[in-house]
Design a protein around this ligand. Sequence first.
Ligand code: B12
Length: 469
Amino acid sequence: MSRIALLRTPKTLGFPFNDFLCFPLGLMYIASSLRKFGNHDVTIIDPKVELIPYENIIKKIGEFSADFAGISGMTYEAEELHSMAKLIKQHYPAITTVVGGVHASVAPDELIKDDNIDYVIIGYGEEAFCRLIDEINAGNPAPEMPGVAYRVKGKPVINPRKIPDTPLDSLPFPAWDLVALEKYFPKVRQSVIHAHKRYMSIFTSRGCPYQCVYCHPVFGKKYRTRSAENVCEEINILYHEYGIRELHVADDTFNLDISRAEKILDFIIDSNLDIRISFPNGVRADRLTDKLLGKMKKAGTYMVSYAIETASPRMQKIIKKNVQLDKVFEIIKKTDKLGIIVNGFFMIGFPGETRQEIEMTIRYALKSKFHTASFFVVTPNPGTELYDMVKDSIEKKPDDGALFHYFHPYGICEVDDAELQRLLKKANYLFYLNPMRMFRFLQLLPQKKDIPNLFLRFAKRTFLKAYKE
Ligand code: B12
């Protein structure tokens, strides 16, 4: 049995770009597997919610007497992953440092060059981390297993990952008991709005088979689902044991398998749970049927996002999103009619995109029945197909954390940077300064106390200079 401290980094994108926070679901999944399959002692330290300085993070690791420190991070936190590993090694050289998560999955070669990082786990971590600890404890510090990188005599060895075949139902539920739930509840959430204070994010499937060029295929294109029964068991525990009254379904594509989605919703409807649901990351809008939408409403859905990205049919093809724009336009209307708040995601500034095409996107948003919309500037993240398309023509790389906020133009479209910024702001104010839209939205808004935060987000995106040169 080992003692394992799991950590996030303290970095957030912060004001003015991004000020919301979610549960460290990845670490909570890893923690429950480490406990179930290895009988290990685990703690989660999340400086993003506790707002503690580095000294206190180090102190907590020491107080826990950790044998392993597992650190998680996205690409915008790359620098912090290195500095945390360095600090841990400086204070506790005997601790084995392991980095996992999104950045580890896209840049294992960069991380494993760092002597302060002993291991990197690529992709899903539940099984890999458990097995790695077993191998190390059995005296095999360089196991040949998929998805793990380390150094042998100073030379990096990267074992390519393999998407696990084990059914998702065999994974234990996230370790909700290891996070201070009450500290997360009052923080601003991904969608800013909320229906109930006590919420939890759930993941009912993993992966996404669509080919959108801008998306990080961090976990591969294979779509894996949990059974409706397994998801329902989780919802029951959250409801009855943790008093959760709002669910955030965070899947990449919840509704790819329509009958599974219906089964989950039927369970919630039939069990009369007094619960509200939101889909802040979105569902694939052109895979919605009237029946499914009706069930979503009946089960308690108050908010859903649809990612349109661009209303230019030419761009839809180039970015391989291929959303059926007319069909989705009608689905937005139907969602609104059902009394569900409907949010749209849009991106402007794709390679070769013209001003007319950007205007087309803005017009689509303005004409739609969306209650809220987020307009972002296209960010070519390293590791995406989009990045490969433009890498020779961009000067600044988005792996610099400061540029990783989706409001920084990269000069890859036909409109210059200043004009793109202007169009972004124009989209925001034309969309939101529409009294009828605001009236419709405020009527559906479950908690009026979210209005100041919503206004702040609107003001930041519309009036502030969005990025520094
Ligand atoms: C929910 C979500 C969020 C939430 C919070 C995420 C979180 N918990 O930290 C919010 C809304 C806050 C968010 C914000 C952002 N997000 Co986000 N988000 C997601 C989303 C949709 C799901 C993440 C999740 O919960 N996954 C479920 C759990 C089970 O998986 P996981 O956390 O990855 O953990 C698994 C493995 O990674 C691994 N693992 C994780 N940690 C560790 C640690 C160790 C030691 C080990 C061994 C393994 C390991 O094992 C876990 C279990 O298998 C992903 C897309 C996706 N499908 O992954 C994007 C994604 C992670 N987000 C992304 C981005 C870019 C962002 C933003 C930077 C966007 C922006 N510009 O505003 C911001 C950053 C905000 C901030 N913190 O300041 C990108 C990251 C790309 C990259 N290379 O970094 C992703 C991949 C989307 C995409 N496809 O491009 N996000």
